[in-house]
Design a protein around this ligand. Sequence first.
Ligand SMILES: *[C@@H]1O[C@H](CO)[C@@H](O)[C@H](O)[C@H]1NC(C)=O
Length: 412
Amino acid sequence: MASYDLTPQIAPNLDRHLVFPLLEFLQERQLHPDEQILKAKIELLNKTNMVDYAMDIHKSLYHTDDVPQDMIERRAEVVARLKALEDAAAPLVSFLQNPNAVQELRADKHYNLQMLNDRYQIGPDQIEALYQYAKFQFECGNYSGAADYLYQYRALCTNSERGLSALWGKLAAEILMQNWDIALEELNRLKEIIDSKSFSSPLNQVQSRIWLMHWSLFIFFNHENGRTQIIDLFNQEKYLNAIQTSSPHLLRYLATAFIVNKRRRPQFKDFIKVIQQEQCSYKDPITEFLTCVYFYYDFDGAQKKMRECEEVILNDPFLGKRVEEEFSCVPRVLAEKLNLNYEEAERWIVNLIQNSKLDAKIDSKTGTVLMEPNHPNVYEQLIDHTKALQGRTYKLVSQLLEQAQAPAQAAR
Ligand SMILES: *[C@@H]1O[C@H](CO)[C@@H](O)[C@H](O)[C@H]1NC(C)=O
């Protein structure tokens, strides 16, 4: 199962702090040796300011009360730097903490900057210090403090690149605090900036879209409307192109969202083509399940894949939490096949005939199935498929459907 674990592909596209929830999940699922995960955690932590956390893990990993000297030194550095940044940001922080003073702010950024400068001697240096302080708090794992100050910073910042970086930080902080509504707002804000014409180079734009999609997985698989909104985002041409060129593993999440969506979307057909096309760059049991059902009309294959899907879903950090939802949709996916149009029905029957090794042909002119007379039972059921399908009482189809549903129900 570890081979279906997408963490190695996903982690490089996340902020370091966002990798922790994934590692926590993997540790719970025990897909990898515990020791390996703890080491990965320490390695990540060493690049943040969460020194105490790194020390705790070190102690439990090596069954010791001692911590290495470099961790101790690092801790002293972090504490000193935090103090220095706190002092530098103090003038603006105390302004922001004073309700009477804050009332003087208006919706006009330039007015505010002027006012802060004239009345409080707070200039660009103090505003920059607020950013550095907020960023450092974030690195320390104080996400709520960071979110507050990054928000305030954005209202005062005049450098668009810095403002963008503050927005990414705010988004990560909201995700880590599991504030899904606010996180979704920040995500949309960021998307608007990334999609705007004035956004830096095209290469940067594609990279930013890739990051945005990876970060959004946390939101879309936790927020109430997420499974609809992920389609709205990922299936947009520019985003889908980015997936196909640099992150085909994201197809797993788009595929799942299409499966769990109650109403079949008009774009669904095209999406099936995409996953079929991308088979050599990415496939997993979930995408294969969809191609079996909707592309190859191969229900035996779909049944097999369904069992593997269960494992994949259970062991995926984003999907694993919503197992019920994901699975309750599988029978519906299959049931939809009763609503076949003529062409689909024809392919279905061709497959059916091949799989059951019957002697039969389809006469496409008359829309009938021609059978060898030594199969009377089946023949009865296949006489005129156009008529039968209109009434949706096509016995063979429904029998097959029951077969296909059985394992899904067993899985629930
Ligand atoms: C978190 O950050 C806020 C703002 O920077 C600060 O006031 C608060 O004391 C910090 N909390 C901790 C536990 O460090």
